[in-house]
Write a protein that binds this ligand. Structure first.
Ligand code: 3PG
Length: 196
């Protein structure tokens, strides 16, 4: 899952097309810039092959605004009962961030068993995911934070890792240059990471 920070709405559609062309359809547009909602709207309207979602969703109002803008899923750095409740009420799939056993248990209390491990490499990486396999055999993780093409294969080889996320798939410099070919090449390379 590319973790995307967009500063220019005009980058949204070509970026989404470039990622889709490289085989990446799930796009997380972080709510970290004032352009994020409009970018989601543009992608939802113009790139039907993409599944656009919102990242950095922290409050109920974020989830509501994102869904109105066309987001089909939400990703959050952590989890609160209020956010879980809001996403349930909206029927908006939520991938919430966890970094400890207690946070996993709180997410499971909310009925969530597919979780983002954030910040993954800073919080223990593959060793932590291995440790969680015992008590949390029913949980799947998406490690995000510090994930790169060189460490992704070890993460993706773990049975409790469904996918990974990271910002390397949408580098700021490539967006600035409008180097959509580079983005497509990065996406294509990312699609072959599992099994390397
Ligand atoms: C983030 O929230 O910025 C993501 O976890 C991406 O982290 P990364 O830049 O280390 O890939």
């Amino acid at each position: 899952i590319p973790v995307i920070v967009l500063h220019e709405v005009r980058h949204a559609v070509p970026l989404a097309r470039a990622l889709v062309a490289g085989g990446i359809r799930m796009l997380e547009i972080t709510l970290r810039t004032p352009q994020a909602l409009q970018a989601m709207r543009a992608i939802a309207a113009e790139v039907p092959q993409a599944v656009v979602g919102a990242g950095t969703v922290r409050q109920a109002a974020d989830a509501e605004a994102a869904q109105r803008a066309g987001a089909r899923f939400a990703v959050s750095p952590g989890l609160t009962p209020a956010l879980a409740r809001a996403c349930r009420a909206l029927a908006l799939p939520l991938l919430p961030g966890v970094a400890t056993a207690s946070e996993i248990m709180a997410a499971q209390d909310e009925g969530l068993n597919a979780l983002k491990f954030f910040p993954a490499m800073q919080a223990g990486g593959t060793a932590m995911l291995r440790a969680w396999q015992g008590p949390f055999a029913d949980v799947l993780f998406c490690p995000t934070g510090g994930v790169q093409p060189d460490n992704a294969p070890q993460l993706l080889a773990l049975p409790n890792v469904a996918c990974v996320g990271g910002s390397w798939l949408a580098p700021a410099a490539a967006l600035e240059r409008g180097d959509w070919a580079q983005v497509t090449a990065l996406a294509r390379a990312a699609c072959s990471l599992r099994g390397l």
